[in-house]
Design a protein around this ligand. Structure first.
Ligand SMILES: Nc1ncnc2c1ncn2[C@@H]1O[C@H](COP(=O)(O)OP(=O)(O)OP(=O)(O)O)[C@@H](O)[C@H]1O
Ligand SMILES: [Zn+2]
Length: 491
C-alpha cells in the first residue's frame, strides 16, 4: 500500500467525467476526505487479458491519484463467480459452469483457479489490492433480500420460478446509456420473452433447470442470481447508500450498469453518485475480448515484456481513450520507460559524492513539473499529460546533470518526485524497478572493476588491451568516454 501523505488536505478541485451527467464535474465526496469506489471485476472463467489490465490499471491509477491528493479510499473490486450467462439477454450457459464441465472441475475450482491467476497478474502489474474483494456466491442472501425489496415495491415479478425486473414500472430505465426503447431490446430472443412482461425486462433470479449445477434455495424455488444484482447488493453492502464512484468498462454501460442503477434505485436505495467508464483496449480496431478469442493473456505478455513497460503503455493513453495494442506501441513504451528509469538511476548514482545543499534552478523546475502532473490528475485523471510532466522533469534533470554538479538536497527532491509521482501515482517503479536497482548495483561494481583494469592497461601503455576492453563493452551497448573529469560510461 502507498501511504496517504499525512500532511495533505483532501484536494477540493478534482474534476472527473461522469457518464451519467455526460460532462466533467467537480468531485465532492459523501464523507469528507473519503472516497468509496466500486469496480466491476472479472468473471473468473479464464485467464485475464490485456483488456482487463487496461481497466484495472485505469482505476488503480484513479485510486492512487485520490490517495496522492489527500483522500482515504475504500476500494471494492468484485469477483463474478456465478450468474454471468453467455448472452446478455438472460440466456445461455453460465460461463463458470461451462468452463467447469470443459475442465472437469467443480465450478468453485474454476472460480478459484482463475481468481488466483487474476491476483497474480494484478500483483505483477503493481495494482494495489482492493480493500474488499467480494464474490457473488458469497452474497446470495443479500441478493435475495434486494430482489424481495423490488417485488415488495412492485418493480419485479416472479415468472415460472424466475424473477424479472419490471422495466415498464421504472421510467428512468435508460438514463445512463441513453438507449431508446427499441435499442434496449437488442438480442432478446423468443424463448425468454415468453416469461417476461416486456422484452426489456432483465433477470434478477433464474430458475435452475435440471443439470444446472450452480443452484441455491430461494423464496422462488431453486435457482441462481442474475448477473446484475450482485453488483448492487455488494456495492451497497460495503460502501453504503449514495456511495461515491462506480467504475467499469464502457461495454458494461448497457445492460449491466443500466440494470444496476434501476434495480438499486427502484428498491429505494441511493446508488453511485459518479459513474466512470474506461474505454477499450483494441486489437486491429476491435475490442480485445475473451469470447472473441482475439486476446493475449497478461501472463503471455509478461513472458516477453517487463510488467512496468506494460503499465507504462497503458497509462500512456487516457482511460477514456481507446488503446490499440501493437508491437510498435510496446517498442515505444519500452523506450519511453527506459528514458525515465535511466535518469532515475543516474540521479541515484550522482547522489554519492554530490555537493551538499540545493541547486535552486532545478528545484524550481521540479516544483513546476510536480504542479503540472497534479493538475493533469485533477483534470479527469489525465495520465498522458501526467506522463508528459514526468518527461519534462526528466529533460530538465538530464540538462542539469550534464551541465555540472547538482546539490544533494535537490537530487533527493528529484528522487522523491519520481517516486511519489511515477511510483506512487502511476505505479511505475515496482519490484521490477527495484530488481533493476539491484542489477544496477552489480553492474556498477563490475564496471568499476573493468574501468580500473582499462586504466591499468593504459598506464602501462598496453593500449591494444585497453581498447579491446572498450570495444567489447561497446558491443553490449556500453560506451566509455574519457573526459577531463575522468572516465565516464553509459548504456
Ligand atoms: N478489451 C477491453 N478493454 C478494456 N476493458 C475491458 C476489455 N475487455 C473487458 N474489459 C473489462 O473487463 C471487465 C470484465 O470483462 P469480462 O470478464 O466480461 O471480459 P471480456 O473479455 O469482455 O469477456 P466476454 O468476451 O466473455 O464478455 C469489464 O469491466 C470489461 O469492460
Ligand atoms: Zn458490475
Amino acid at each position: 500500500m502507498i501511504p496517504r501523505p499525512e500532511s495533505r488536505e483532501p484536494d477540493p478541485n478534482i474534476f472527473l467525467y461522469d457518464t451519467l451527467q455526460r460532462q466533467k464535474v467537480r468531485f465532492t465526496p459523501t464523507t469528507p476526505g473519503r472516497v468509496g469506489m466500486y469496480l466491476c471485476g472479472p468473471t473468473v472463467y479464464s485467464d485475464a487479458h490485456l483488456g482487463h489490465a487496461k481497466k484495472e490499471v485505469a482505476f488503480d491509477v484513479i485510486r492512487r491519484a485520490f490517495l496522492h491528493l489527500g483522500y482515504q479510499v475504500r476500494y471494492v473490486g468484485n469477483i463474478t463467480d456465478v450468474g454471468h450467462l453467455q448472452n446478455d439477454a438472460d440466456e445461455g450457459e453460465d460461463k463458470i459452469a461451462k468452463r467447469a464441465a470443459l475442465e472437469q472441475l467443480e465450478p468453485m475450482e474454476v472460480a478459484d483457479k482463475y481468481f488466483w491467476s487474476f491476483v497474480r497478474d494484478m500483483e505483477a502489474l503493481n495494482i494495489l489490492k482492493p480493500s474488499i474483494n467480494p464474490r457473488a456466491t458469497g452474497h446470495i442472501t443479500e441478493q435475495i433480500r434486494l430482489i424481495e425489496e423490488l417485488i415488495e415495491r412492485g418493480h419485479a415479478y416472479e415468472s415460472q420460478g424466475s424473477v424479472y425486473f419490471d422495466v415498464r414500472s421504472w421510467p428512468e430505465y435508460g438514463k445512463l446509456s441513453g438507449r431508446k426503447l427499441d435499442e434496449q431490446e437488442e438480442g432478446t430472443r423468443e424463448v425468454v420473452r415468453e416469461e417476461k412482461r416486456d422484452p426489456r425486462d432483465f433477470a434478477l433470479w433464474k430458475r435452475a433447470e435440471a443439470g444446472h449445477i450452480m443452484r441455491w434455495e430461494s423464496p422462488w424455488g431453486v435457482g441462481f442470481p442474475g448477473w446484475h444484482i450482485e453488483c448492487s447488493a455488494m456495492s451497497l453492502k460495503y460502501l453504503g447508500e449514495g456511495f461515491d464512484i462506480h467504475g467499469g468498462g464502457l461495454d458494461l454501460q448497457f445492460p449491466h450498469h443500466e440494470a444496476e442503477i434501476a434495480q438499486s434505485e427502484a428498491a429505494g436505495h441511493a446508488f453511485a453518485r459518479y459513474w466512470m467508464h474506461n474505454n477499450m483496449l483494441t486489437i486491429g480496431g476491435e475490442k480485445m475480448s475473451k469470447s472473441k478469442g482475439n486476446f493475449t493473456t497478461i501472463a503471455e505478455l509478461l513472458e516477453k515484456h517487463d510488467p512496468m513497460v506494460v503499465r507504462f503503455l497503458l497509462v500512456g493513453s487516457h482511460y477514456r481513450s481507446v488503446t490499440e495494442f501493437s508491437e510498435e506501441a510496446f517498442e515505444s513504451a519500452r523506450n519511453g520507460y527506459r528514458r525515465l528509469t535511466e535518469t532515475l538511476h543516474e540521479v541515484g548514482r550522482r547522489l554519492q559524492g554530490a555537493p551538499a545543499g540545493a541547486t535552486e534552478a532545478l528545484d524550481a523546475r521540479v516544483q513546476a513539473h510536480t504542479h503540472a502532473f497534479e493538475d493533469a490528475l485533477r483534470d479527469d485523471f489525465n495520465t498522458p499529460k501526467a506522463v508528459a510532466a514526468l518527461f519534462g522533469l526528466t529533460g530538465d534533470v538530464n540538462a542539469a546533470l550534464a551541465s555540472g554538479p547538482v546539490g544533494q538536497d535537490t537530487l533527493n527532491r528529484v528522487q522523491e518526485a519520481y517516486m511519489a509521482l511515477g511510483g506512487g501515482v502511476l505505479g511505475l517503479f515496482h519490484a521490477s524497478a527495484s530488481e533493476r536497482q539491484d542489477d544496477t548495483q552489480v553492474v556498477d561494481t563490475l564496471m568499476e572493476l573493468v574501468l580500473k583494469a582499462r586504466q591499468h592497461y593504459r598506464l602501462s601503455k598496453q593500449y591494444a588491451q585497453a581498447d579491446e576492453l572498450r570495444d567489447t563493452l561497446a558491443r553490449v551497448g556500453v560506451t566509455v568516454e574519457d573526459t577531463k573529469d575522468g572516465v565516464r560510461w553509459k548504456r
